[in-house]
Design a protein around this ligand. Structure first.
Ligand code: NAD
Length: 482
């Protein structure tokens, strides 16, 4: 049982000003695995004050210094990779192999991608040849408050911390109260990497107290938020009074459009990518749209693929699907499965209750519904669990209409051998990202959505620009040295 009582503020570990604590429950065993102090407004104020004091020096140091700092961070992080994988697996229930192969190394990939993006990135730009004395300066926005979820904890934190460090922002991170171990370890890593005091600060806490104080704090210039759509809307409202920039990475309800000419693995691949991380992915392809001529075959393939998924505890080596994060999440997913049945969807795999052989742990059966219509609750709302909805379409227009009939717009997917059709679909689908034929988007591509999926773009040069302010200048002397 591990108790986190301290926050990392101004390069020191300091005791929380509050007596509040959040008890962590191991999702596989339902036993207490630790507790974390829940920061109060005073803790957030101390962290913001440290970040504000560190800002001028960090923003004005040579870019090479900041790049070197991130390289040191990468070096130390790589040495602690196994510790990070264990922390993530313990806190949010990812199977240890998933944590080792995907969850923990994701941050290394973000660091590499941002280090590549900063090479050749121009903080001082000409407006154009017509205006030799104009300059565009890209300047760090200031102190950034970062609020993150538990589902891919280090990936999401690295997507914010690394670009902010590189462009010269200082920051206060408030990670999810359900995933505090990984970020406490990150603070240790940052300390060991000798990032100057005050540049990175960590305060644990919940959304209502620590999160709200960060959002409302007058000295915080920007909130970079990843989490649920409801919390995102609340943050925008609360940030309005201090005119903060708000970056939002929110939920999703992705469509995976499978045409009759798709490759033979398209359905199984769609099931796997819907259920990875126990279905707790913002970009999960949770609505599988299948061309009617291959619909029955696809439903059968999906049934088999779901049934072949083994479910098991997080500490076992292997490729099993683990539990969902918490009792609350378990109940939520169960209620969606029951609603799917009640609203008339055809259950073809899984169902309500734990998988056979489990009487404890937040384990959910890999569940597939066929004959779903897009007005059913399971097709409209983000479930955030291993539940797939399959529906049929007759032609391209209908597929586009169903896919776009959602308030979300994060990632959509297309499977077809016809390149011209893929390109047409990519243009017509309303989402920040479209992935086709199982090809992942490349390193350095931007991640982000439209509509209720948010407003931000993380990754690559777009991720750097999130934390920069454009300053437009006339009368610039291009020959002078400053
Ligand atoms: P959540 O919104 O409950 O919590 C996310 C974070 O926000 C936590 O740190 C929480 O303490 C804090 N928070 C909650 N309410 C707040 C408020 N009113 N003010 C300030 N802070 C607040 O989300 P979650 O359950 O941790 O994560 C799952 C959600 O995150 C899903 O909806 C998922 O789709 C989304 N998500 C989106 C992306 C993306 O990049 N688009 C990535 C991962 C997860």
């Amino acid at each position: 049982m591990r108790e986190l009582r301290e926050f990392y503020i101004d390069g020191q570990w300091v005791k929380s000003a509050s007596a509040g604590r959040h008890v962590l429950i191991d999702p596989s065993t339902e036993e207490e695995s630790g507790a974390v102090a829940l920061g109060a407004a005073d803790d957030v104020d101390a962290a913001v004050s440290a970040a504000a004091s560190a800002f001028t020096a960090w923003a004005s140091c040579e870019l090479g210094e900041r790049v070197a700092a991130v390289k040191r961070l990468r070096h130390v992080y790589a040495q602690r990779l196994e510790d990070m994988a264990r922390a993530i697996s313990q806190e949010m229930g990812a199977p240890i192999e998933l944590a080792r192969q995907r969850q923990a190394p994701a941050a290394l990939r973000q660091m590499d991608n941002y280090l590549a993006a900063i090479e050749g990135f121009s903080f001082e730009r000409m407006l154009g040849l017509h205006a030799p004395n104009d300059r565009i300066l890209m300047e760090p926005i200031g102190v950034v408050g970062m609020i993150t979820p538990w589902n891919w904890p280090m990936s999401q934190i690295a997507l914010k911390v690394v670009p902010a460090l590189l462009v010269g922002c200082t920051m206060v991170l408030k990670p999810s109260e359900y995933a505090p171990f990984s970020s406490a370890l990150l603070a240790e890593i940052i300390d060991e990497a000798n990032i100057p005091a005050g540049v990175f600060n960590l305060v644990h806490g919940d959304g209502m107290t620590a999160g709200t104080r960060l959002v409302e704090h007058p000295d915080v210039a920007m909130i970079s938020f990843t989490g649920s759509t409801g919390a995102g809307a609340e943050i925008v409202r609360r940030a309005a009074d201090t005119f903060k920039r708000v970056g939002l990475e929110l939920g999703g309800k992705g469509a995976n459009v499978i045409f009759a000419d798709a490759d033979a693995d398209a359905v199984a691949r769609g099931v796997t990518s819907c259920f990875i991380n126990s279905g707790q992915n913002c970009n999960a392809p949770t609505r599988m749209l299948v061309e009617r001529s291959v619909y029955d075959e696809a439903v059968e393939k999906a049934r088999q693929a779901a049934r072949s998924i083994e479910v098991g505890p997080s500490n076992l080596a292997g490729s099993q699907m683990g539990p969902v994060v918490s009792a609350r999440q378990y109940e939520r997913v169960q209620s969606y499965i029951e609603q799917g049945i009640a609203e008339g969807a055809r259950l073809v795999a899984g169902g309500s209750g734990r998988p056979a052989g489990f009487n404890r742990g937040f384990f959910v059966q890999p569940t597939v519904f066929a004959d779903v219509t897009n007005d059913m609750t399971i097709a409209r709302e983000e479930i955030f669990g291993p539940v797939l909805s399959i529906m049929a379409f007759d032609d391209e227009d209908e597929a586009v209409a169903i896919a776009n009939d959602t308030p979300y717009g994060l990632t959509n997917y297309v499977q077809s051998a016809d390149g011209a059709r893929r390109n047409r679909m990519a243009k017509r689908l309303q989402s920040g990202m479209v992935e086709m034929n199982g090809q992942p988007r490349a390193a350095g591509s931007p991640f982000g959505g439209v509509g209720h999926s948010g407003l931000a773009r993380e990754g690559g040069v777009w991720g750097l620009e999130e934390f920069l302010v454009v300053k437009s200048i006339s009368g610039w002397d291009g020959d002078a040295r400053s």
